[in-house]
Design a protein. Structure first.
Ligand code: ADP
Ligand code: MG
Length: 310
């Protein structure tokens, strides 16, 4: 029979070359050295069965998403992710499930050269909590509060794909594999966040819906904005759905996209084109920051509600 410590050893102990990690998994706490001239950036995200994934979501997708959502937060700060801890609560020891989860987590973490430096393993309803630690050159972080009137408002990728997939599942429709991937296996915009650090005035990752997340930037920056729904980049299938229904609520309010929404002072369009190419991600201007407060959405005034847990 496998016990808690065998489980940690077999599934959650691996290392990458990082001379700054003094102590990883195995002691009472982890220790790493701080690099001169950098600040530490840290974030935590929990995934709960029934809220963030369903009981049919594969273990590999749960692992991917747990790490990706944290990588997305670190990217939105313009920081570089370095270390993470994993607190996991499991209803039972299911070795095939654990292997699939662990392989996927290790694969994605190795891709971004992240060290798993510790965690906690308990019995209970399935819950995954990852704390991620990153670094950024002192005072170079990208906050929500730097947007200024006349800055352009941009988003990466396409918006609403995860929400559209969720809408299909909720309405008994069968999404394609590509659509499921957008919901279950989001791509965090890691490279883009690092590039934007030198250009953007404010940034946020879209986890709860474009309207709500952009509003966080506006509030933190004490500004307003005007955006046009027709400019929001949406995938072909979602475009067709919007045409049929005249309803923009999915791209405006659907969560879980993990694209970046950011503001850029005027005159930086050429740099943005370069960044879009080097990061291999589309960047689209959807509006402009204004002096008056509030978010004006041109082209759609139907009912909508972004995600909130309570
Ligand atoms: P303690 O009882 O001192 O809190 P634990 O027995 O919980 O220590 O954990 C032993 C070691 O294993 C610690 O270094 C802890 O960080 C690590 N650990 C526990 N669970 C995990 C996990 N799921 N992933 C990575 N490391 C873990
Ligand atoms: Mg413990």
């Amino acid at each position: 029979m496998m016990n808690e410590f065998d489980l940690i050893r077999d599934y959650f102990t691996w290392s990458i070359e990082d001379s700054n990690v003094v102590l990883g998994v195995g002691d009472d706490a982890a220790i790493f050295n701080l690099e001169q001239g950098y600040q530490v950036v840290t974030t935590t995200d929990s995934l709960n069965e029934g809220v963030h994934f369903s009981n049919s979501t594969p273990a590999k997708d749960i692992a991917h998403k747990s790490l990706a959502v944290n990588l997305s937060d670190i990217a939105a700060m313009g920081a570089k992710a370095k270390y993470f801890t994993l607190a996991i609560s499991l209803p039972k020891i299911d070795q095939p499930w654990l292997k699939e989860f662990s392989d996927s987590l290790r694969q994605l973490s190795m891709h971004y050269k992240l060290s798993l430096i510790g965690g906690d393993t308990t019995r209970g309803p399935l819950n995954i909590n990852i704390t991620m630690i990153g670094i950024v050159e002192s005072s170079k972080m990208l906050k929500r509060s730097g947007a200024r009137p006349d800055d352009g408002i941009y988003v990466s990728g396409t918006i609403g794909d995860a929400g559209f997939c969720f809408w299909k599942l909720s309405n008994g429709l069968i999404p394609s594999d590509r659509e499921l991937k957008r919901l279950n296996c989001p791509t965090p915009r890691v490279e883009l966040g690092l590039e934007l650090k030198n250009l953007a005035s404010a940034c946020i990752d879209i986890s709860d819906g474009l309207e709500q997340d952009l509003s966080h930037i506006l509030k933190a920056s004490s500004v307003g904005a005007v955006i046009e729904v027709e400019k929001i980049p949406v995938s072909d299938l979602l475009q067709a759905h919007i045409k049929n229904t005249n309803d923009w609520s999915i791209p405006l309010c659907g969560g879980d996209d993990y694209e970046l929404c950011f503001t850029i002072p005027e005159g930086n369009e050429e740099d943005l084109i370069k960044i879009s190419k080097s990061c291999n991600v589309d960047i689209t201007k959807i509006g402009v920051v204004s002096e008056s407060s509030g978010l004006q959405i041109d082209g759609f005034d139907g009912p909508r509600k972004s995600y909130q847990h309570f």
